[in-house]
Design a protein around this ligand. Structure first.
Ligand code: GLN
Length: 196
């Protein structure tokens, strides 16, 4: 299986390194020709508005959207989760997404850069032990459609639990960044469960 990481902006190198730790070679994807050569895609953390505008500039926005809609296994972390959500709140005017997961995410829900934090969260479907999660201007999931499985939740500043890891069929999204930790369980789950 050939795995690509969308390499327009954000922490794509960290995802490639996490995949390498899972014994998977990964390629950087910026062009349609590179997209055509992969079977699965990771959309990194970064800034979703920048990812959208660069994807449009590189004329890869619609091709990615189509591949996702036609079943390509895809995992998005943080900005990548926003890119996979069907709906966004606190979006930049007219902000588009690739979509595919029937959720509404709230951008920057866990606060600003200075409110970034690292914690262990329970995600039994992914790992029998708590997984290491880094939240940086992270979104949370506000509405969940039928067919979406919640894999992990975490309490926000509003003292309510919000979904922070979700799966819908061939699509996986986390509000946090496992790629900047040395816990590879989310990447393994993606490779072993979602891509199969
Ligand atoms: N807040 C960013 C956005 O809206 C996501 C932050 C991140 O990926 N760490 O795209």
């Amino acid at each position: 299986m050939r795995v690509g990481v969308l390499a327009l902006q954000g922490d794509f190198r960290e995802h490639i390194s996490a995949l390498n730790h899972c014994n998977v070679e990964a390629t950087e994807v910026r062009r349609v020709g590179e997209l055509e050569k992969i079977d699965a895609l990771i959309i990194p953390g970064g800034e979703s508005t920048t990812i959208v505008s660069l994807a449009k500039t590189f004329e890869i926005f619609e091709p990615i959207k189509k591949r996702i809609a036609s079943g390509m296994p895809t995992y998005g972390s943080c900005a990548g989760m926003i890119m996979l959500a069907d709906h966004i709140v606190a979006a930049k005017d007219g902000q588009e997404t690739f979509g595919g997961i029937d959720i509404t995410v709230r951008r920057n829900a866990f606060g600003r850069q200075v409110d970034s934090f690292e914690t262990d969260i329970s995600a039994p479907a992914i790992s029998s032990t708590p997984i290491r999660a880094v939240f940086i201007r992270a979104p949370w999931v506000e509405k969940i459609g039928k067919g979406v499985e919640v894999l992990a939740s975490y309490e926000g500043s509003d003292s309510k639990a919000h979904a922070v890891a979700v799966r819908q069929d061939h699509l996986l999204a986390t509000a946090f960044h496992p790629e900047i930790t040395d816990d590879y369980s989310v990447h393994r789950y993606f490779l072993e469960k979602v891509c199969k």
